[in-house]
Design a protein around this ligand. Structure first.
Ligand code: ADP
Length: 182
């Protein structure tokens, strides 16, 4: 299976759930910028204090901040990895390229998890995280469309994109993803 992966898809598509399964099954490092930022918030670190209000509005934290987090982890990782929630805009994707080139670790596949808006919103409301109320969810979906969705074409043009239907049971979706990575 491919070893250096990136997940794309709207909030609520199940990226975190699928990433965790896939990484456990195949020994990849799961690098979720959302999880790492939430850990900083929980620890009350200066970085977490800076990120918390932005995250609770559903907006993106600064590119410098997430880039620093990602760079530190990727440069100390010898094996495979899965980037989840990063890059989230063209600036982050552009900054990632020279870093991976320097590490001689190019992305092998980008998995796009696709799901209808109505299902996404229902899933997020059921989850009930601090940034999962209806107004903030709409803001996150809008930011996804505006900032993150352009990356779909970016990676399609590089021949890296594979689309997976993200509706069904966790197991079904997981095996669809694995098939797309062989
Ligand atoms: P979801 O996939 O449900 O949107 P995440 O856990 O990926 O949730 O992200 C939660 C929040 O963390 C985002 O709304 C944003 O504020 C912040 N965040 C996560 N990753 C990034 C990133 N790469 N760039 C900027 N902000 C980010």
């Amino acid at each position: 299976m491919k070893q250096r992966l990136l997940f794309l898809g709207p909030p609520g598509a199940g990226k975190g759930t699928q990433a965790e399964r896939l990484c456990n099954a195949h020994g990849l490092m799961h690098l979720s910028t959302g999880d790492l930022l939430r850990a900083e918030v929980a620890a009350g670190s200066p970085l977490g204090q800076e990120a918390e209000a932005v995250m609770n509005r559903g907006e993106l934290v600064s590119d410098e901040l997430v880039l620093a987090i990602v760079e530190k982890r990727l440069s100390t990782q010898a094996g495979g990895w899965l980037l989840d929630g990063f890059p989230r805009n063209v600036i982050q994707a552009t900054a990632l390229e020279p870093l991976l080139a320097q590490l001689k670790q190019p992305i092998e596949a980008v998995v796009l998890l696709e799901l209808d808006d109505a299902v996404l919103i229902a899933r997020l409301l059921a989850r009930g995280r601090a940034d999962d109320n209806e107004a903030v969810i709409r803001n996150r979906l809008e930011i996804y469309r505006e900032k993150t969705a352009p990356l779909i074409d970016h990676y399609r043009q590089q021949g890296l994109l594979t689309s997976v239907e993200a509706q069904g049971s966790v197991e079904e979706i997981c095996s669809r993803i694995e098939k797309s990575l062989n």
